[in-house]
Design a protein around this ligand. Structure first.
Ligand code: NIG
Ligand code: FE
Length: 417
């Protein structure tokens, strides 16, 4: 199938995008005006400006009415596979209980782990399918999905197999992360080492031998896993060929950034707590900082100092952290507004962080995250928006938009409920 997308007032990220952009380039980014592009068999083939090329036989035409087009969102940090929501914890939160207090009262990650333990692989797959369809309707064109609510060899593998089924089903690329150390299960409270040994000696080898994981993750934070425990697991993962994307510094300055940098993590994610040492470690590394403002919003935490990271010219990433406990939304439009309002991103910096840099944060930078010949024709059209700042300003994405995945417009066939 051939398609011509034309009458684009502003085409954003019409660049090769072979590398992520650092803060300075993110803020300097300009759109291509009065643009058009061609698609063939799901890939972008040609981009132009001004006069339209003559139509090809059988070419489908998409009129953008002078509005805006940008690449589909690349959501590089989610926990899309889980057994059930945790609305009871939301009510506890309204009454004033903190995330830590809710976890201590039997909620939190251990609550989700109990539910995953009882669920079948089929149930996990079916419910995740619905959520994947939901985020694709938001314009998400590539996504990372973690395990981490299993907390035992069998349940973690069950989650990873559900992610593998999701990969086979989904029309968008999915990257699977083995979140082997998300929380310490109750039975290991007196023997932390035994759990870490299980991760290193059994879980990582089993996940690798079945080819179930693209990345490895640890929750390195206050009350969860220490820097040295994290380092031991990151080292083992790397020796098995798995690069890491880790949860770090959400609840305290606990050395997660340093551990990630030391073992060449692709990303360190959260970073609500950030000191000079962490910033210096990131500056001398290939590790990308990923910010998840949906979590700070939902848990009423301090927002990470995103402005500082951008001003240090780091390739900052934004993602939703979609999960039932700390960020029960996969809406990138809302993340865009949170980044601008609470972390002083300008609108185009946030767009790059949600698209191109997100693609690189899951190893998909050569196929996703920008609009360029050879890349996937996965993009969003906003026919009524003529200025980028209107997007985060009208928070939530309530205006009309059309989503295209590999050249095909999404329609109700994605409704699998
Ligand atoms: O990214 N911080 C650690 N884990 C997840 C969510 C945990 C939960 O289910 O509460 C997060 O916020
Ligand atoms: Fe997370």
């Amino acid at each position: 199938m051939k398609t011509l997308v034309f009458n684009i007032g502003q085409l954003w990220l019409a660049i090769p995008g072979e590398q992520p952009l650092g803060g300075v380039e993110m803020s300097a980014l300009k759109p291509l005006e009065k643009a058009w592009f061609r698609i063939e068999d799901g890939l972008i083939t040609q981009i132009g400006q001004g006069n339209l090329p003559s139509a090809l036989p059988d070419e489908v035409q998409v009129d953008c009415h002078g509005g805006m087009v940008f690449p589909g969102f690349c959501d590089s940090h989610t926990h899309l596979v889980f057994a059930d929501w945790r609305p009871e914890e939301f009510l506890q939160k309204i009454k004033g209980m903190s995330y830590a207090e809710i976890a201590a009262a039997g909620g939190g990650i251990l609550n989700s782990a109990q539910k995953v333990g009882l669920a079948s692989e089929e149930q996990l797959f079916e419910s995740a399918k619905n959520r994947l369809a939901e985020v694709m309707r938001f314009g998400t064109a590539a996504i990372e999905v973690k395990s981490g609510y299993g907390l035992s060899l069998n349940s973690e593998l069950k989650m990873l197999r559900a992610i593998a089924r999701l990969k086979a089903w989904a029309p968008i690329p999915i990257r699977a992360t083995l979140l082997g150390a998300h929380a310490l299960p109750q039975d290991f409270k007196e023997n932390r080492k035994a759990y870490i040994d299980m991760v290193v000696q059994e879980l990582i080898p089993a996940a690798c031998s079945e080819g179930l994981a693209d990345y490895f993750d640890v929750f390195c934070d206050q009350g969860f896993f220490t820097q040295s425990e994290t380092e031991e697991m990151l080292k083992a993962a790397l020796e098995s060929g798995l690069q890491s994307k880790i949860h770090a510094n959400e609840l305290g300055l606990t050395g997660g950034v340093q551990a990630g940098v030391k073992y060449n993590a692709l990303t360190v994610d959260h970073l609500e707590h950030l000191g000079e040492e962490e910033i210096n470690a990131l500056k001398g590394s290939q590790t990308m900082p990923t910010l998840l403002p949906g979590t700070a919003f939902f848990l009423k935490l301090e927002y990470p100092n995103g402005r500082r990271l951008l001003d240090e010219n780091l390739p900052v990433v934004l993602a939703t952290d979609y999960n039932p406990g700390s960020s029960p939304s996969g809406n990138p439009w809302f993340i865009w507004s949170l980044a601008c309002i609470f972390m002083k991103f300008n609108p185009q910096e946030a767009l790059v962080a949600l698209t191109l840099n997100g693609a690189h944060a899951m190893g998909l930078g050569s196929s996703h995250g920008s609009i360029w010949p050879g890349k996937a024709a996965s993009f969003v059209v906003l026919p009524t928006i003529h200025q980028l700042s209107m997007v985060p300003y009208r928070f939530g994405g309530g205006f009309p938009y059309r989503t295209f995945i590999h050249g095909k417009e999404l329609n109700s066939s994605m409704d699998v409920f």
